[in-house]
Design a binder for this molecule. Structure first.
Ligand SMILES: C[S@@+](CC[C@H](N)C(=O)[O-])C[C@H]1O[C@@H](n2cnc3c(N)ncnc32)[C@H](O)[C@@H]1O
Length: 271
C-alpha cells in the first residue's frame, strides 16, 4: 500500500478475513463500494472477445484479491452487487444467517454457471475458504506477495485464460502478478485489472511486458470504485493524483474515487 495514502484510506482489513462476509459487505456498502458491479460488464465484454479470438468456450479465470468470491458470484450468475448487499445485510436476506448450506443453496439456485471456473488468490484465507466451500471458487491460494508458489499451486494456475482483479492493486504488487503470471504463462492468459486512483499500474505492466504482453489503459472502461471516506482522504487522493498528472475532474465533481481499467494481451490479440 502506498505510504502516502496510509492514515487517510479507510482500513477495511478487519473485515477481510472473517469466516463470514457480513462485516465485509457492511463496511463496503457504507462507502458505496461498487467496483465489482461496474467491472462486471467490462469483464463480460473481454471474456467474449477472448472466446472469439481463442475459439474457446469454457474459461478458467484467476481472480487476484478474490476476497469472499464476489467477482465469481457476480460473473457466474445474473446477480448484481446490490442484490448481494441485500442478501447478506437485510435482516431477512437469504444470506443473512450464518448457515453454510443456505449460502451454497442460494448460489446454486441462482444457477451458478460452470463454463466460467474461478481460482482465487488472497491472503485472507478465511474469505478464500468461504468462497471455496460454497463452490464459487474451484480452488484458492493464499497470497504470494512475499513467497514463491508451491508446485501444487503452480499446477492449479496452469491453463488459465484470464487474470482479473478489482480493488486489490496497491495491496497486491508486481511481485504477486509476476509469480501468478509465470505459473500460468504457457496458456498466455490475458490480464484485466482495475486499479483505483491514484495507484500506479506501471510496475505490473512492466512485469507483464516481460511475458510479451502489451498493456493498454482503456479510458472508456474507467469505473467508479467507491465514495471518498472523509474530506482528508479526498484531499490526499486529489493531491496524489495532481502530483502524478492524473485527470481528476470526475473525482472532484462526483465525490467518488474511480478505477482505471488496464487490459494486457499478447500483441495482435488485444481486444
Ligand atoms: C477491497 S478488497 C477487494 C475484494 C474484491 N476483489 C472486490 O472487489 O470486492 C481487497 C482484497 O485484497 C486482498 N489483498 C490484500 N493484499 C493482497 C495481496 N498481496 N494479494 C492479493 N490480494 C490481496 C485483501 O485480503 C482483500 O480481500
Amino acid at each position: 500500500m502506498d505510504a502516502s495514502l496510509v492514515g487517510t484510506k479507510p482500513d477495511f482489513t478487519a473485515a477481510y478475513n472473517h469466516r463470514w462476509p457480513h462485516s465485509y459487505f457492511r463496511a463496503h456498502l457504507a462507502l458505496d463500494y461498487m467496483i465489482p458491479d461496474r467491472a462486471k460488464p467490462v469483464f463480460e465484454r473481454v471474456f467474449a472477445d477472448y472466446r472469439r479470438v481463442r475459439r474457446k468456450n469454457s474459461l478458467k479465470i484467476i481472480d487476484v484479491g478474490c476476497s469472499y468470491g464476489i467477482n465469481a458470484a457476480l460473473l457466474r450468475t445474473n446477480l448484481d452487487l446490490d442484490e448481494l448487499y441485500a442478501a447478506y445485510l437485510e435482516p431477512s436476506g437469504s444470506l443473512s444467517r450464518r448457515q453454510e448450506t443456505e449460502h451454497s443453496d442460494f448460489f446454486r439456485n441462482c444457477g451458478l454457471r460452470d463454463d466460467i471456473r474461478f481460482v482465487g488468490i488472497d491472503p485472507s484465507f478465511r474469505a478464500v475458504r468461504y468462497a471455496q466451500s460454497l463452490g464459487l471458487l474451484e480452488a484458492g491460494i493464499t497470497a504470494v506477495e512475499t513467497r514463491d508458489l508451491t508446485v501444487n499451486e503452480r499446477c492449479t494456475l496452469m491453463d488459465a485464460d484470464i487474470l482479473i482483479s478489482t480493488g486489490c492493486v496497491g495491496y497486491a504488487t508486481e511481485q504477486t502478478f509476476a509469480r501468478v503470471y509465470h505459473a500460468s504463462a504457457t496458456s498466455r492468459p490475458w490480464v484485466v485489472a482495475f486499479a483505483m486512483h491514484p495507484f500506479s499500474y506501471d510496475a505490473i505492466a512492466a512485469v507483464l511486458r516481460g511475458f510479451a504482453l502489451e498493456t493498454k489503459l482503456v479510458d472508456r472502461f474507467r469505473q467508479r470504485q467507491r465514495r471518498f471516506s472523509t474530506p482528508a482522504e479526498r484531499e490526499t487522493i486529489l493531491n496524489a493524483m495532481a502530483k502524478l498528472g492524473m485527470e481528476d475532474h470526475l473525482e472532484r465533481t462526483t465525490g467518488y474515487i474511480y478505477a482505471s481499467c488496464y487490459i494486457s494481451a499478447p500483441a495482435g490479440e488485444a481486444p
